[in-house]
Design a protein around this ligand. Structure first.
Ligand SMILES: C[S@@+](CC[C@H](N)C(=O)[O-])C[C@H]1O[C@@H](n2cnc3c(N)ncnc32)[C@H](O)[C@@H]1O
Length: 329
């Protein structure tokens, strides 16, 4: 079987609903095997991260390992395929822009292979030279050069979209849990500022919230929202070209709502597209990030102030102020 035929089969597998976690792991394992065979990455050459003023881009070896986050890989692939299908009902051809392809462009390859030739084209952006070279090699091996009409080694957080290749759908997974260190926010802001309102984004929304619990694996729903990346939530930032600066959000947590010992966590929920989500604890991208452990016996309430900061190490800066009970009399 030619590599493109294997990919077409996997594209069908990924679209199956009601499959067990073991089946998903098996599908992702086969996909990984195919991509590693095609790319021929030398792990010793791919370990260097790239550092930029608005965050880092992870090295080739680490980007390749993102595939192992099996639910992440499957849900994003499904989201992209569903979004393309939706768009193809409205227009004859669809152009994708994929920012941060890594060494394989894995989140869009099944869509490129699945839909009829000529229906889907793409612009592929990657900053890391070794990942960029590998991704181009994979595209050639899969005979997808006619779909990959634009491949640019560039920083997607400053890249200027040309009129010739205006995207209908923009995809980027350049993040860690709690939107720490990497450039997802800067990349989406830059691209959102350049495209019409009906351009779709995957993920559709990334939501950071506050979680309070003794154990991180018991967490699911946030007790307060802290920050969101989506076209709607970033409205104010889209009206200006000034460097991004986000307002601080405040939350107040009462003692009665928690057990004696409580960890304060940042939770991440990712709405990929349609029904496809990665919720808290489903993926490495959505593990709760501990800020501090508090002994609640000592406090009446805690005050939280959170603000997303973009610099060399982007992060949600969370300040936690415990309030001691007032002394009677
Ligand atoms: C987390 S990896 C994900 C790779 C692949 N998209 C996947 O889902 O498996 C992020 C990739 O985006 C690239 N990247 C990060 N920031 C970038 C930027 N500002 N411009 C272009 N590429 C970037 C990194 O070099 C890395 O290859």
């Amino acid at each position: 079987m030619r590599p493109i035929q294997k990919l077409q089969k996997l594209a069908l597998d990924f679209q199956q609903d009601d499959v067990s976690f073991d089946q998903i792991s098996e599908q992702v394992e086969q996909y990984k095997e195919l991509l590693f065979q095609l790319a021929e990455i030398d792990n010793n050459k791919g370990r260097n991260d790239v550092y930029m003023p608005t965050g880092k881009a992870i090295g080739t070896t680490w980007a390749a390992l993102c595939l192992d986050d099996v639910l992440r890989t499957r849900q994003f692939i499904r989201g992209v395929m569903q979004a393309v299908e939706h768009l193809l009902k409205q227009k004859p051809k669809v152009h994708l822009l994929y920012a941060g392809t890594g060494p394989f462009a894995p989140l869009i390859l099944p869509a490129l292979a699945h839909f009829p030739k000529g229906k889907v084209s793409c612009s592929l952006l990657e900053i890391n030279d070794y990942s960029f070279a590998s991704m181009q090699h994979v595209i050639r091996q899969l005979e997808l050069e006619s779909a990959a009409v634009e491949m640019v080694q560039t920083d997607a957080s400053t890249f200027q979209i040309s009129d010739e290749y205006l995207p209908d759908l923009i995809i980027s997974e350049t993040m860690q849990a709690a939107l720490k260190d990497e450039q997802q926010v800067s990349i989406f802001l830059n691209l959102m500022r350049q495209v019409p309102e009906d351009c779709l984004f995957i993920p559709q929304a990334i939501q950071l919230g506050l979680g309070i619990s003794e154990f991180s694996d018991e967490l699911s729903k946030p007790v307060a929202p802290l920050f969101e990346v989506s076209r709607k939530a970033l409205q104010t930032q889209l009206k200006t070209t000034a460097p991004a600066s986000f307002e601080a959000v405040k939350a107040q947590i009462q003692k009665k709502d928690f057990s004696e010992k409580s960890g304060v966590f940042i939770l991440t929920d990712i709405h990929i597209y349609g029904q496809e989500w990665l919720t808290v604890n489903q993926s490495g991208l959505t593990v709760p990030i501990l800020q501090v452990y508090l002994d609640m016996i000592d406090y009446d309430q805690i005050l939280i102030k959170a603000q997303y900061i973009i610099d060399e190490n982007p992060k949600l800066d969370v300040q936690i102020q415990p309030v001691v009970p007032a002394i009677a009399g």
